[in-house]
Design a protein around this ligand. Structure first.
Ligand SMILES: Cc1cc2nc3c(=O)[nH]c(=O)nc-3n(C[C@H](O)[C@H](O)[C@H](O)COP(=O)(O)OP(=O)(O)OC[C@H]3O[C@@H](n4cnc5c(N)ncnc54)[C@H](O)[C@@H]3O)c2cc1C
Length: 585
């Protein structure tokens, strides 16, 4: 495992300051021998069972996972992977859990989503925020799969804008229970769950006003069980992950005991965000499962299909596709297992890394599968082959657990918050130099060395063979920090509404994190196997870094020269015209 570093440091947030906390990401983390063994046993027994008993096409066609499959998988312990052993689960680390989720999703995405809805987000809140009594009461049955869990946040009027939920919980006169009324939509496991993490508005003291009597509606998280009166609507018919249960939920005067609050009253938004931060890595690992399956299909087809007297794998355009989908999957995998290791080491702030992993892996899996479809061509379009289901199943990952647009806004804004705060202090210090000089000195020194002397943080732990890639990372981290500062000075508070800018910053950071994780992992390969044996992985790393750095350059360069205003105008006009207005008739 990597050397320790402050638990409250965030690797990616530091990049926004131009800092590279290399101790956090070098050497590339390795699972312990014992953990590898545990995961291998779990993965092997799942694979063996799946080969004979899980028919993904049937699950897709019939839109359900059979009770026999569910019950065998619960016997294997797959429902309680992240639940601590003392509550009947297997207590897997974040890394081990993600690796198993990768395997599950490579067999069937509906199954992966069902597990994810149950563990990554459904019961995770009880592990993260539950009291001892809540854990003892709910986790043992959830660990065995006797009961299933679901996470219920989304409502018809509140999708990305989760703070806008309307479901309400009113505290009874005797303060012993809440009466819950409202509804939720598109809830994974909605038709099969017994235990729901439900988010509702409760009336809480308005701390900001500082007047005890004033109340405000704030979000509170509750553990709600079906027997409290939860009803679900019919199963939705979906584009993909059709075997997973997705329904509406209705709460009509459900009586929820006050002791079922998860976390603190009024702090439910934080509960939801923490659960999702964690859950996103299971989803990201699932994307790797789908991508690897697609690469297998693509390479098998490319090497066996002959056209113009040659196997199609010999044509440049097919080679370009295969090389690109391999390097993107390598980068995604490197980022995900770097991030799960950060969590396993006790790093508390991994919110940006997990958002980045979700964005990158869901989009790269989509590209990978789409390219596999192109390589398969005609056969890939036929339903009797697995490609089209893979494509349909993968599409949801870009949408749920925070759309990738919202996660890009989050990555850019949360990352810029730190430098923004410092710059505010810089401004204050200019006005009141004596007051501001102390806390600023570190930042100021760094800024001067970056802006004037041209120095930035160096990476010392990457293999020398990767010096070009390492230098690119160092340069672009400096470039990012400078671009962030310029942007903040230019837009100040209005940065919140500048999404064109946020997208560029987020894209640059995503690629930087991907490059760093890829270089770290490749360094580990070189150190373990030597240069000669690592040729393949070095080439993947070099080609990925080459492409990623060009994207970063493009994104940061166009912070100044761009056609954002014209694009806004174009979009506004197309919307005002209710669609595409031209025709040759
Ligand atoms: C199969 C499935 C399973 C689901 N499971 C669950 C579950 O278990 N629990 C749960 O609570 N929810 C669940 N959801 C809901 C899911 O999380 C939401 O669909 C998602 O958060 C997006 O909300 P929305 O669909 O209302 O889209 P909207 O919020 O209406 O967004 C529409 C589009 O606008 C974009 N957009 C919105 N706001 C902004 C902005 N500020 N800047 C830029 N772009 C923006 C979005 O990115 C998106 O492209 C599920 C959804 C599906 C389809």
């Amino acid at each position: 495992m990597v050397a320790t570093s402050p638990k409250n440091a965030s690797f990616t947030k530091s990049l926004f300051f131009g800092n590279i906390l290399e101790e956090m990401v070098f050497p590339y983390p390795q699972m312990s021998k014992e953990e590898k063994e545990t995961v291998n046993i779990l993965v092997d027994s799942f694979k063996k069972y799946a080969e004979k008993n899980i028919d993904t096409t049937k699950i897709d066609r019939e839109e359900k996972i059979s009770p026999e499959v569910m019950s065998t998988l619960s016997e294997m312990g797959l429902f309680g992977m992240i639940i601590p052993e003392k509550y009947g689960g297997s207590g897997l680390s974040a890394t081990a859990y993600a690796r198993v989720m990768q395997e599950v999703c490579s067999v069937d995405a509906s199954l992966g989503v069902t597990f994810g809805g149950h563990q990554s987000i459904g019961l995770k809140g009880i592990i993260l925020f539950g009291t001892e009594a809540q854990k003892k009461k709910y986790l043992p049955d959830l660990a065995t799969g006797k009961k299933m869990a679901a996470f219920a946040l989304t409502e018809p009027e509140a999708g990305s804008d989760a703070a806008g939920i309307k479901t309400k919980a009113i505290l009874s006169e005797d303060k012993k229970h809440y009466i819950l009324n409202g509804s939720k939509i598109w809830i994974t496991n909605g038709g099969i769950a017994d235990v729901f993490t439900v988010f509702a508005k409760t009336e809480e003291p308005d701390e900001k006003e500082g007047q005890g009597n004033l109340k405000k509606w704030k979000i509170t998280a509750f553990i709600v069980t079906r027997d409290m009166g939860v009803r679900n609507g019919p199963e939705e018919h979906k584009m993909g992950i059709r075997g997973s249960s997705t329904t509406e939920l209705y709460f009509e005067n459900c009586k929820v005991p006050a002791e079922n609050i998860l976390g603190e009253p009024g702090k439910g938004f934080k509960v939801a965000m923490e659960i999702l931060n964690n859950g996103r890595l299971g989803l990201a690992a699932g994307c790797i499962g789908g991508a690897k399956k697609a690469i297998k299909l693509a390479t098998t087809h490319a090497t066996t299909r002959k056209q113009f007297g040659k196997s199609i794998a010999e044509f440049g355009m097919i080679q370009d596709k295969i090389a690109n989908i391999t390097m993107d999957t390598f980068a995604a995998e490197s980022m995900i297992y770097m991030t799960t290791a950060l969590i396993d080491r006790g790093v508390e702030d991994y919110s940006l890394e997990s958002a980045i992993c979700k964005i990158f892996s869901s989009e790269s899996a989509w590209r990978v599968i789409n390219e596999a479809v192109q390589i398969g061509a005609g056969i890939a379009y036929m339903r009797e082959y697995p490609y089209e289901q893979l494509l349909r199943d993968a599409r949801i990952n870009i949408i749920f657990e925070g759309t990738n647009e919202i996660l890009r806004c989050f990555t850019a804004l949360a990352g810029m918050q730190g430098p923004g705060q410092y710059l505010k202090e810089v401004g204050q210090a200019m006005r009141y130099p004596l007051k501001g000089i102390g806390p600023l000195s570190d930042f100021a020194v760094k800024k001067i060395s970056r802006d004037i002397v041209g120095l930035g943080d160096r990476i010392t732990k990457a293999d020398i063979y990767l010096k070009k890639e390492t230098a690119l990372i160092e340069d672009y981290v400096k470039y990012l920090a400078t671009a962030v500062e310029k942007t903040l000075m230019k837009h100040q508070k209005t940065i919140w509404e500048k999404e064109f800018v946020q997208r560029r910053i987020a894209n640059a950071v995503i690629d930087l994190y991907a490059m760093i994780c890829t270089v770290s992992r490749t360094t580990s390969f070189i150190q373990k196997d030597g240069l000669a044996k690592s040729k393949y992985v070095i080439q993947l790393c070099q080609s990925f870094c080459d492409r990623a750095s060009r994207r970063i350059k493009r994104n940061l360069r166009s912070m100044d020269g761009n056609d954002d205003e014209r694009l806004k105008d174009l979009s506004n006009q197309t919307c005002a015209l209710s669609g595409y207005p031209f025709d040759i008739l």
